[in-house]
Design a protein around this ligand. Sequence first.
Ligand code: SAM
Length: 269
Amino acid sequence: MKREQIFRQTKRLGQNFLNDPNILRKICAAAKLREEDQVIEIGPGKGSLTEHLALGASAVTAIEKDTRLRTFLDEKFAESENVRFVYEDVLKGSFSRFSTGGKMKLVSNLPYNISSQILLKLLDERELFSKIVVMLQKEVAQRISSPKGRKSYGSLSVFLQSCFSVELAFRVSRHAFYPVPEVDSAVVVLDPLKEPVFPVSNEKTFRTVTRHAFSSRRKIIRNSLGNFFEREAVERALSDSGIDQGRRAESLSVEEFARLADSFRKINQ
Ligand code: SAM
């Protein structure tokens, strides 16, 4: 029996492999691959996306945690000089190790169980990338691309939209995967903004204020922030940034969160 047939997918590692060539092509098209592109892929699995990426890019570095795939991948890509595999946990170590100078693209069908952690890591390392294209669980994709005012709008949406234009490119049925997962998926394109919405020096406060604002979604923002900061400071920051004291976090735009964080910074100076 071939190695391919006896490999058992591990749920813990989010191993649902894509086997629809149309979807693989659509992902590459969304990444707008060019001959000179350096691409990072997280979790190549059995290399179906890797194969397509290698056709359109100059080089692909694929990071895979599951070392059981090593022999299979090494054999499958023995002739592909522009593909290299790194067997490690993507959450450890910086992507900067793989940079050859210019900005890279990141294209991946993410392991869904750690997708939020990966998105936060990409946010922290955004300077390295010119474009990020990721397949996610549909609900996560909707959350991060959500406009204000929806239930799905939360701190992760605000964090990502403060630094990227976030577009839900297309949805993907669960039946495009093997084994068929319990959820549907969607592909999201993240294009870095020229400048983040907040002043760079204030990123830490921006994240803290946003996270605290969403900590009790049913409360008005003055009360949810009041659990973490002096009430007087909260009221002053809201009024300095022109935000009504009675609003709820999900009604604030990304720019309003940036203004609010800036007011907190000025109060604490
Ligand atoms: N790219 C393949 C495809 O589209 O068919 C596989 C995608 S599968 C959803 C996710 C892949 O990420 C699996 O191969 C899994 O082993 C790998 N993975 C899971 N956790 C990882 C981690 N912490 N670091 C690197 N790879 C990981």
